[in-house]
Design a protein around this ligand. Sequence first.
Ligand code: HEM
Length: 482
Amino acid sequence: MTPEPHSPAGTDDPALGPPPGCPAHTPGPGGLHRLYGPDAADLGGLYERLREEHGPVAPVLLHDDVPMWVVLGHAENLHLVRTPSQFTRDSRVWTPLLEGMVEPGHPLMPHIAWQPICSHAEGAEHQRLRAAVTGAMATIDHRGIRRHIGRYTQRLVNEFCEAGRADLVTRFAEPLPMAVMCELLGMPEEYNERMVQAARDALKGSETANASHQYVLDALSRLTARRRARPEEDFASRLIAHPARLSDDEVREHLRLVLFAAYETTANLLGNALRMVLTEPGFRAQLNGGQMTVPEAVEQSLWDEPPFSTVFAYYAKQDTELGGQRIRRGDGLLFAPAPGNIDPRVRPDLTAGMQGNRSHLAFGGGPHECPGQDIGRAIADVGVDALLMRLPDVQLDCEESELAWRESIASRHLVSLPVRFEPKPQQDVTPLPGHLPVPPQPAPVPAPAVGPGVVDPRPAAVPEPSRLRGSWQRLRRWWRGH
Ligand code: HEM
C-alpha cells in the first residue's frame, strides 16, 4: 500500500517543476493554468488569478495536463464536502483515470490510487470504517492527552533549553505530534528520532521514501499483532475491539492513516502558529496583553495557513453545477481550504482577526470531516502554551524574509524556524500523580501573558520540584497536563 500524499495520509512533493523546455513552460491546452511547474511557484497567487478569471470554481491542469477543477469559494468548498449524493472520494469513477489519461507512473498516482481506508470509502463502508476510528478516538481521555502533550513538550524543550538557540521546526513542531501520537496509538517505545525522520522522509517523497514508509508500517504491523494478542487501554486496542471487526490489514492501514494525518497536519499547524507568534508584532502584543489566547492564535492560523492547502480529491457522481461551472459526471475536484479560507465573500478584509469564528475549512466538513481535530488543536494549544511558558523571551533568530517554505499542491511547510533565547536550565519531567481524583469542573486556565517583562499570574507550568508539594499545585499541574 503506498502513501497517499494529498489525502490525510499524504506524502510526496507534487509541485516539483518540469525541466526547461518541457511543454509545462507554455500555457496548457485551452490556455489553462497548471498546478505544477513554473505556474505553481506561487500557488497562493495563482489561486487568486484563477478566482479573478473563473470565479469560485476554476479549471486547471495537473501533471501530464490531466484536467481537474479547483474549488476556490468558501461556500462551494462546503457544498462539495457536504453533498455525498453528488460528490465522492472514490477515485475509481474519475474519467481521466478510466480513459487512461493518468499513466501508472503519474507523480500523483499515490494520491489517486483508491485504497481500502475510510478517507476513500463512502456510504455504508465509510460508516463502518469511520465508526471504528471515531469509536476508538472517543475512548481517549482528553485530560490524559493534555498531560502527554505537556510532558513531551517539557522533554523536547529540555533537549535545547541550555543552548539558547534551536530550530523549532525540527526540534519541536515535528517531534511533538509524533511523540504524542505514538503514545496515543499504543507504541510509546517506537517514538524516537528515527521515527520522526522516517515519517518526514516518507512524506517528502524522496529516494528513500519507500524504505522510510516501510519502517513506519513495520512498527504499525508489530503494534497490530501485539494488541490483537493482548489488548491494552490504547487506540490500537480499541480499533481492534470495535464491533466493526476490522481485519489486521484494515487496522494497520487505519493506524497509518491516523498517524500520518495527525503528524503532517499538526506539525504544520505548530510551525505556522509559532511563526505567527514570533513574527507578527500585533499577534505577539495581543498575546502578551492577554487580548488573545493561544487557542485563538492557533485558530487564526487555521484560517490563514490551513495545514492541508488542498485535499486530493472529490469526484462528481453525476452531471451537476458548482460555482457557475458545469461539472460533468466523472470530473475531479480539489477541495481547497487555503483559497477557500480567504474567499473575499467571507473575508473582505484579510487583516481582520477571526477570533471566535471557527467556520474555516481547515478540517474539511461533511461525512469525511477530520475526526482528529480536537487532538490536533490540543497538541497545538498545549504545545505552544507550554513552550512560551518555558521560553518567554523566545525570538526569531533570522530575518523574517529568510524563512523558507516547501510548497506542494497539498501543503506548505516551514523548512525551519530558528529562534534564540536566554539559556535556561532543564526542568524535571516528574511522573504523573495518578492517584489524584478527577476535578469536578474543568476550571479554564487563561492563556499566559508571555513576553519579556510580563508576569504570568498563574503558577509556572512546571514549577521547581521543591514548589510542587502543595496539593493545589499538583492538582493544577495534573489538570493542565504539564
Ligand atoms: C491540525 C491538525 C489537523 C488538520 C488541519 C486536519 C485536517 C484534515 C482534513 C482537511 C481532512 C479531510 C477532510 C475531507 O476529506 O473533507 C482530514 C481527515 C482525517 N483526519 Fe485530520 N487533520 C488534523 C489532525 C488530525 C489528527 C490529530 C488525527 C488523528 C488523531 C486526524 C485524523 C484524520 C482522519 C482519520 C481523517 C479521514 C476521515 C474520513 O475520511 O472519514 N487528523 N483531516
